[in-house]
Design a protein around this ligand. Structure first.
Ligand code: VGL
Ligand code: ZN
Length: 246
C-alpha cells in the first residue's frame, strides 16, 4: 500500500536555498552546540550542489552578535556568549561548501534586540525580491529558533516556503520544542521536504511515466542520497571569497 508519495520538487532559477547559521559555535565544540548538528552539513552540501547545478540561488544567514548582545547571560539573556562578530566561533563551518557568490545575511547585530529570523532587521527580503525569488527552501540551525522564525516570516512575506527536514536540527531545550516549531511552520503554510522529494538527474523520470511504487518513500534510497552527499562533500571546497553583507 502506498502511504506516502514523494513530492517532486524540480529546482530551477529563481528558486533559492537559504542556509541558516551553520556556524562553529552551534556545532560540536562550540559555545552553544546543537546535538548532532555536524551531521546535517553533508546533506546541506548536497542541496547546495543541486541548487548550483540548477543555476538557482544560494544564500546563507549567520548569527552575528556584538560582544554585549542582549541575548547573552551577562546582559540578562538566556544564552552563553556565541557567534560574536569576527570571532572564530562566528565563522561558518569549514566543512560547509558555500559557493563563491553566496549572499551572506548577518542577523541579530543590534546589541539591544534579539532577532532569530533571518528577515528581522536584514536585507534578506530585498535580496530575494531583487533576484525574483518566489520559492524559498530553508535548511540549517536551529529548527526551534532561527528556522521557525525565518520560515514564518517568509510565509508572511508571501514566499512559497519549503523546510528541508533532513537539513535542519533544533536545540529542543524543552522536550517538544522542535515538534512545536514544525507544527508552527506547517500551520503557516510551509511545506516540508527531504532529499527524496527532489528526483535526481539520473532517476528523474517525468512523473506520468513513473511507476507509482517508484515514488514510495524508500529508506534505502534516501540512505544512498545521503551517502552520495557525503562522498561529494569530500571534493574540492570552494570558499566564499568575499562576503557581500557584513
Ligand atoms: C539561534 C540560539 C541563539 C538561532 C541564535 O539562530 O537559531 N539560536 N541564537
Ligand atoms: Zn544568537
Amino acid at each position: 500500500m502506498v502511504t506516502y508519495l514523494s513530492k517532486n520538487y524540480v529546482i530551477k532559477n529563481p528558486d533559492a536555498l537559504l542556509i541558516t547559521d551553520i556556524q562553529k559555535d552551534f556545532l560540536l565544540g562550540g559555545a552553544l552546540p546543537i546535538e548532532n548538528a555536524d551531521e546535517i552539513i553533508p546533506v546541506i552540501n548536497y542541496y547546495i550542489r543541486r541548487f548550483e547545478d540548477a543555476k538557482a540561488h544560494v544564500l546563507a544567514s549567520r548569527d552575528w552578535h556584538p560582544p554585549n548582545h542582549i541575548s547573552f547571560k551577562a546582559q540578562g539573556g538566556p544564552w552563553p556568549p556565541h557567534c560574536i562578530q569576527e570571532t572564530s566561533g562566528a565563522k561558518f563551518s569549514p566543512d560547509l561548501k558555500l559557493p563563491p557568490h553566496t549572499i551572506i545575511i548577518s542577523k541579530a547585530t543590534n546589541p539591544e534586540r534579539e532577532a532569530y529570523s533571518a528577515f528581522d532587521g536584514t536585507s534578506l527580503a530585498h535580496e530575494l525580491r531583487v533576484l525574483g525569488v518566489k520559492r524559498l527552501f530553508v535548511g540549517g540551525l536551529a529548527t526551534d529558533y532561527c528556522v521557525v522564525n525565518t520560515v514564518v516570516d517568509a510565509r508572511k512575506l508571501g514566499f512559497e516556503t519549503v523546510v528541508l527536514g533532513d537539513a535542519t536540527l533544533g536545540l529542543n531545550l524543552e522536550p517538544g520544542d522542535v515538534d512545536r516549531a514544525i507544527e508552527t511552520m506547517l500551520e503557516n503554510g510551509a511545506q516540508q521536504a527531504t532529499a527524496n522529494d527532489f528526483p535526481d538527474a539520473v532517476d528523474a523520470l517525468p512523473i506520468e511515466e513513473t511507476q507509482p511504487d517508484a515514488l514510495e518513500e524508500k529508506p534505502s534510497q534516501r540512505a544512498e542520497v545521503k551517502k552520495k552527499a557525503r562522498m561529494r562533500s569530500k571534493g574540492s571546497a570552494k570558499r566564499i571569497r568575499t562576503e557581500r553583507k557584513g
